[in-house]
Design a protein around this ligand. Structure first.
Ligand SMILES: Nc1ncnc2c1ncn2[C@@H]1O[C@H](COP(=O)(O)OP(=O)(O)OP(=O)(O)O)[C@@H](O)[C@H]1O
Ligand SMILES: [Mg+2]
Length: 1103
């Protein structure tokens, strides 16, 4: 259930000044102080929020707090700026009313912070989504950019806004922000060239120098050192708690978010750098021959750099600092500038450059944040404008600022009264006129078009002839002499003639917030805000897009001889627009108060606060609010809060809330004139009545609390008693049960004992009887067993004796029969039976032998040497003969399978065996290799087609052999071909015949006994082939080659197998010697020429 709370709960002092009793300035300030000391920085005057600057971080701006205040009624929770923001946002969203939030107060009172809090609250509670978040982010990020360029450290505030700002945030019908428009008012541009003691120039200058990288600074032709720039005051360049470098990064980031392009940011920074450079340009007097005073630039380096930055021709700017051209209709007159005028021109240019840059920034931000396309629904304006200023030395700026505050006060009073009156009408309550001070008369003094101060100042500025601040003051003193709020020593008003607090050069205005003394000096100049045309023309000529935009009046094509509007005139116009704008909106006020001058937390300076309370007109505000009825509240929450004051409304009222309130009020001793019933609210005239209600409520709550306590305690005691009673019953039940159980167990065990004794006795008695019976039975059984045993044994003996006799009779009869038969047949057996039995036995044995041999015969392979074992000794000869016959038969069978080709192969193999077996170590390994003959497939291989054609006979063998070089023993591959008539050696690659030896020319063939493939073809001496000498060759198929040559059947093919043989190379005979060697690299045969007569072939030892 939602808990209903009220502003009146847990109040420190009073949360709404309207309820202050008694109401006086002292009690007002005491209340503020009391609340401030308890960290309650917000207090209401009706719907106006007074905000005290805490000068420290308070944990009251957290997301939790936002949630707490979201969608709650204004008076429901303790005063907070979020309550005001929520009220404004909700009435904008739900009731379609344009809102404006007017934040006023003196410098450092917290206006800017308050405006940021309002914006962040609205951002937090309004809709979400990618688009909406981007808009929110851009709106929020416009603040750091404007603060960098428009805020500065002053003695009153380290982050003082030096311009007025009004921002319209536009929302759609759902309450989602669409965009915004910012208006800026009167930037304090004099600060650019001069700052009061203890104050700084605008933040951006310090941020740029501290936060830029060395490279960026070099590009902008700047030095990091502040002391190098005349326009930067040094005594307070570093501000406590302000990190310029970090802030610069924040500003650049914010500019990016807002939508500045990189080149735009660079242009802006170039302009800032140019202002700094401008301040360093100094002049010295230079007298011309014609006697006129002239000035010259001291050191042109800064001017040069500035001109480079802005793309201005140096000579053009130099001339603009030396001459002033005045144009009047068709005439042009140029006068030289003296040193003072040159400095004036320089500063005017710097001020104008900076203030125009600032206005450009605002326009550029507006371009980014303006609502895109969608139709605008409602607007919330936030006004953060400089507060009323009273310094020791007040000039034109203070006059303008205070004028603006007068206007705001006027609108404040008007709108407050209007709202009050509207509420009375809405609620049907009679309106009573309220007395208040109307400051319209002061506004009139300043802004009246005929004889207002601003109008007179403009008149002076435009008037021909000598115009000075004194002439202006004279004029004022004459025309405003009679005005009640104007004071001057020069006026004819005798009252001030002797007033020494009023110097002759000053005038004083009685503002609504107090009297302010203005020094007339500088009014005319500042109002004129003059920038020599030569300078604006020089700026227009710049080759820099931004500068050109800032000085459009410098365009020679658009020379305008009319004077530009004065500063006062412009300001008055913009304030007028602002006021008209504000009047169309529902106002919400935040009045900021500064508790002390030291920027310190926890210090509350009475006099300072009193002064602010006075000039903000807060007392008046309370009085206006209380003039009719001090307090009002809708009927529902009123009945909810006070229903306990009347028996009929407590605890529940069934009818409408208004009737409930009426019943309740009539039951209370409150005079009828103290309250009135509106349509939806009850109006209470006096705070005393409200406090009376609150006091009665407190008492009632106390009584109710006592009653609730009483009932609760009774209920609690009874509950406790019932619990005890219930417990007691449970305990006694358990105890009785336990006792009975114990007794029962005793009786049970006693019974068991008695029972057991009895049963024992009975059982023993029975046992004895049974034992006796059993013994009797056993005795009978034993006796009968013995008796039967004796009977049985006697019978058995008798049977055994009988059986023995029968067996003896049978044996004796069998022997007798046998003897009888043998005697009868002996004569027949001896004649035939012996031989027959022998033959039969031998026949059976042979039968068995052949059958056995049949099943154990060995395989059909001729090389299978197995044969079954001999079964009988007497069959020894037969057995081996059979083995021989079987082997011959199986060989015949094997041979009969051979084809003619295979037979030839085997014949060859047989011949090889005859030649080489046991003679050459290579032979065993060749047995398993088939003799293939044509290894090169010479007829099929296209490479050897020519060679195959050249061969007349059928090629019997074609192979690749190594021809051993006689000189070094190395081998060269050659094709070796054998036909039935010749041996041919041909080139392996080309197939060209190298040598052809007819077989008859072959004398012999030599080979070694070892496992090498060397062979020498020795030729017959004197034959045609023998001219080149013998051939020493080596082949992998040596056995086959030699066998095939041998088979040719020529006599020449004698085979010589020895490890040393001679070979005829041309004229020389060389000995080829084969030795066995341990293989070194691999298992290969190597041949080396040892000397002229010896070729040594190393053959690896075979294991
Ligand atoms: N609600 C707050 N909580 C904490 N500190 C605050 C709060 N309001 C203001 N301050 C502190 O007071 C300082 C001055 O506040 P702010 O700049 O808002 O004053 P201002 O009224 O805008 O002054 P000016 O008229 O010079 O611009 C802030 O820099 C901040 O340190
Ligand atoms: Mg400010």
């Amino acid at each position: 259930m939602e808990v209903k709370t009220s502003l009146l709960d847990n109040m420190i002092g009073v949360g709404d000044m309207v309820l202050l009793e008694p109401l006086s300035e002292d009690s007002f300030i005491d209340n503020l102080k009391n609340r401030f000391e308890h960290n309650e920085i917000y207090t209401y005057i009706g719907s106006v929020v007074i905000s005290m600057n805490p000068y420290r971080h308070l944990p009251i701006f957290t997301p939790d707090k936002v949630e707490e205040y979201r969608n709650r009624n204004f008076y429901e929770l303790s005063p907070h700026i979020y309550a005001l923001a929520d009220e404004a946002y909700r009435s904008l969203r739900d009731q379609d009313k344009d809102q404006c939030i007017l934040i006023t107060g003196e410098s450092g009172a917290g206006k800017t912070e308050a405006s940021k809090l309002v914006m962040s609250y609205v951002a937090a509670v309004c809709g979400k989504g990618q688009e909406v978040n981007k808009v929110k982010e851009q709106l929020l990020q416009s603040n750091p950019v404007l603060e960098a360029f428009g805020n500065a450290k002053t003695v009153r505030n380290d982050n003082s806004s030096r311009f007025g700002k009004y921002m319209d945030i536009e929302f759609d019908f759902k309450g989602d922000p669409l965009g915004g428009v910012i208006s800026n008012y009167l930037l304090e541009k004099s600060r650019v060239v001069k700052q009061p003691r203890g104050e700084r120039n605008f933040h951006v200058f310090y941020q740029l120098l501290s936060g830029s990288s060395d490279e960026a600074l070099k590009k902008l032709k700047l030095h990091r050192d502040f002391s190098k720039y005349n326009y930067l005051s040094l005594d307070s360049a570093a501000v406590n708690g302000l990190d310029d470098a970090a802030n610069f990064r924040t500003v650049r980031n914010a500019m990016q978010i807002v939508g500045f392009m990189e080149d735009e940011v660079q242009s802006v920074l170039e302009l800032v750098a140019a202002v700094l450079k401008l301040g360093n340009i100094e002049f010295k007097p230079d007298s011309r021959s014609n006697g006129s005073d002239e000035s010259r630039i001291k050191d042109k380096n800064d001017l040069k750099e500035m001109c480079e930055l802005l793309g201005i021709e140096q000579s053009v700017l130099e001339r603009a600092f030396s001459y002033r051209t005045v144009e009047a209709k068709s005439e042009k007159v140029s006068t030289t500038l003296n040193v003072a005028q040159a400095y004036y021109a320089r500063d005017a240019l710097a001020k104008n450059l900076y203030s125009r840059l600032f206005s450009w920034l605002v326009t550029r931000i507006n371009e980014s944040i303006k609502a895109q396309g969608k139709t605008r629904h409602k607007v919330m304006g936030v006004l953060d404008i400089y507060g009323f200023e009273i310094f020791e030395d007040n000039s034109f700026e203070q006059f303008i600022i205070n004028y603006c505050n007068e206007k705001l006060q006027q609108i404040f009073i008007e709108l407050t009264l209007r709202e009050e009156q509207e509420e009375y009408i809405r609620e049907g309550i009679e309106w009573t006129n309220i007395e208040y001070f109307n400051n319209a008369v002061i506004c009139d003094l300043i802004e009246n078009n005929k004889n207002g101060i601003l109008a007179m100042l403009d008149e002076e500025c435009l008037r021909p002839g000598t115009v000075t601040d004194e002439t202006f003051l004279d004029k004022l003193s004459t025309i405003c002499a009679e005005h009640l709020h104007f004071e001057s020593r020069l006026s004819k008003n005798s009252k001030f003639l002797t007033d020494h607090t009023l110097p002759h050069t000053c005038f004083r205005i009685q503002h609504y917030a107090g009297k302010v003394l203005y020094r007339a000096e500088g009014f005319v100049d500042k109002n004129n805000d003059l920038l020599y045309r030569d300078l604006s023309q020089a700026m227009y000529k710049a080759n820099h897009s931004l500068i050109k935009q800032l000085f459009p009046e410098g365009n020679p094509a658009k020379v305008n001889l009319k004077r530009p509007p004065t500063a006062g005139f412009q300001f008055k116009a913009s304030v007028g627009t602002l006021m008209r704008n504000l009047q169309t909106k529902n106002p919400n006020y935040i009045r900021c108060i500064k508790p002390n001058d030291k920027k310190a937390s926890h210090i509350f300076t009475d006099s300072l606060v009193r002064h602010q309370v006075r000039y903000l007109g807060l007392m008046e505000n309370v009085r206006v609010r209380r003039a009719g009825y001090a307090f009002r509240q809708p009927y529902e929450p009123c009945l909810e809060r006070y229903k306990m004051l009347c028996k009929r409304t407590w605890p529940h009222w069934q009818g409408p809330a208004r009737e409930g309130v009426e019943v309740m009020m009539s039951a209370l001793p409150v005079p009828a004139e103290e309250f009135s019933y509106g349509r939806s609210k009850i109006f209470i005239r006096n705070p005393r009545t409200l406090f009376f209600l609150e006091e009665r409520r407190r008492q009632c709550l106390q009584d109710l609390a006592t009653l609730i306590q009483k009932i609760y305690r009774g209920w609690k005691c009874r509950k406790h008693f019932l619990l005890l009673k219930k417990s007691q019953i449970v305990v006694s039940a358990w105890y009785r049960r336990y006792a009975q159980q114990k007794k029962y167990k005793q009786i049970k065990s006693a019974t068991t004992v008695v029972q057991s004794y009895t049963r024992g006795w009975q059982a023993r008695k029975l046992l004895r009887e049974l034992k006796h019976q059993k013994r009797c039975v056993e005795a009978v059984t034993t006796i009968s067993a013995f008796w039967h045993g004796t009977q049985a044994r006697r019978e058995l003996r008798k049977l055994k004796e009988e059986a023995r006799r029968k067996h003896a009779v049978a044996v004796i009869w069998a022997y007798w029969q046998g003897l009888k038969i043998r005697r009868e047949y002996r004569k027949f057996f001896r004649a035939n039976a012996g031989k027959k039995i022998y033959d039969f036995t031998i026949q059976r044995i042979m039968q068995k032998y052949f059958l056995g041999l049949k099943s154990t015969l060995p395989s059909m392979s001729p090389i299978d040497k197995s044969w079954p074992a001999r079964p009988y000794l007497f069959l020894g000869g037969v057995h081996s003969e059979l083995r021989r016959i079987f082997h011959l038969w199986r060989c015949k069978k094997y041979r009969s399978q051979f084809t003619v080709e295979k037979k030839a192969v085997y014949e060859e193999k047989l011949e090889a065996s005859e030649i080489f077996k046991d003679k050459k170590a290579l032979y065993p390994s060749s047995v398993s290799q088939p003799f293939k003959g044509d290894y090169l497939e010479i007829n099929k291989n296209p490479k050897y087609q020519k060679l195959s054609i050249a061969m007349e006979d059928k090629v019997l063998l074609a192979d690749v052999v190594n021809k051993i070089n006689r000189a070094n023993g190395k081998g060269t591959a050659r094709l070796f071909l054998l036909t039935k008539n010749s041996v041919v050696l041909a080139d392996q690659k080309t197939g060209q015949v190298k040598a052809s030896v007819p077989l008859p020319d072959l004398a012999s063939v030599s080979v070694s006994t070892q496992s090498d493939g060397f062979f020498a073809l020795k030729l017959k001496e004197g034959s045609a082939s023998a001219v080149k000498g013998d051939f020493l060759l080596s082949s992998e198929h040596l056995i086959e080659i030699i066998t095939k040559i041998h088979r040719m059947g020529t006599t020449a093919a004698d085979i010589d197998i020895s490890d040393e043989f001679l070979v005829q190379f041309k004229q020389d005979k060389v000995c080829v010697k084969f030795i066995q060697a341990v293989p070194k690299n691999g298992n290969s045969v190597s041949c080396k020429r040892k000397n002229n007569r010896l070729l040594e072939v190393s053959v690896p030892t075979t294991a």
